[in-house]
Design a protein. Structure first.
Length: 153
């Protein structure tokens, strides 16, 4: 169907390596030109070996699920004749042991809030339906083992 590319690049830059005291910060480069600073999570590898200001893979996974849900939500809202003015999601992910005993993101919770304008605004049932359809269509949520819960605000 389509291919999506990312280049992940890290360099030792003269640091010792065998003593485990090397920086984990690296760059994520995307085909459109965006560069994002990545790092291990400070909860996994303490600073200064991790960069707390960078995006860690766990955060990126949560953001990808949230972003995918939002994009489908906006598309379905438009198709249903609603005008969305603002959308904000305070998404979170839980790191724990899965049913195989492996450390993984075991749950993602989306907490989206959307503001609408115009005469046609969704009632609670229509809003729930928009989120349900967005969740069902989101290929990122469909690609992970973690349970994804949507708690609209």
């Amino acid at each position: 169907m389509s291919e999506h590319l990312a280049v992940i690049e890290w360099s030792r830059e003269g640091q010792a390596f065998s003593d485990n005291q090397y920086a984990r910060a690296h760059d994520w480069r995307f085909d459109g030109g965006a560069v994002v600073r990545g790092s291990s999570a400070p909860s996994s590898v303490p600073a200064p070996m991790s960069d707390p200001a960078a995006v860690d893979p766990e955060e990126a996974l949560v953001a990808a699920v949230s972003s995918c849900h939002m994009l489908f939500f906006l598309a379905f809202a438009r198709k249903d004749g609603f005008v969305v003015d603002h959308y904000r999601d305070q998404a979170s992910g839980e790191l724990g042991r899965d049913d195989r005993g492996r450390v993984s993101i075991t749950a993602v919770t989306l907490r989206p809030a959307a503001a609408f304008s115009g005469e046609n605004r969704p009632d609670p049932a229509a809003l729930g339906d928009l989120h349900h359809r967005a969740h069902e269509a989101c290929y990122i949520a469909n690609s992970i083992r973690a349970a994804v819960t949507v708690e609209p605000r």
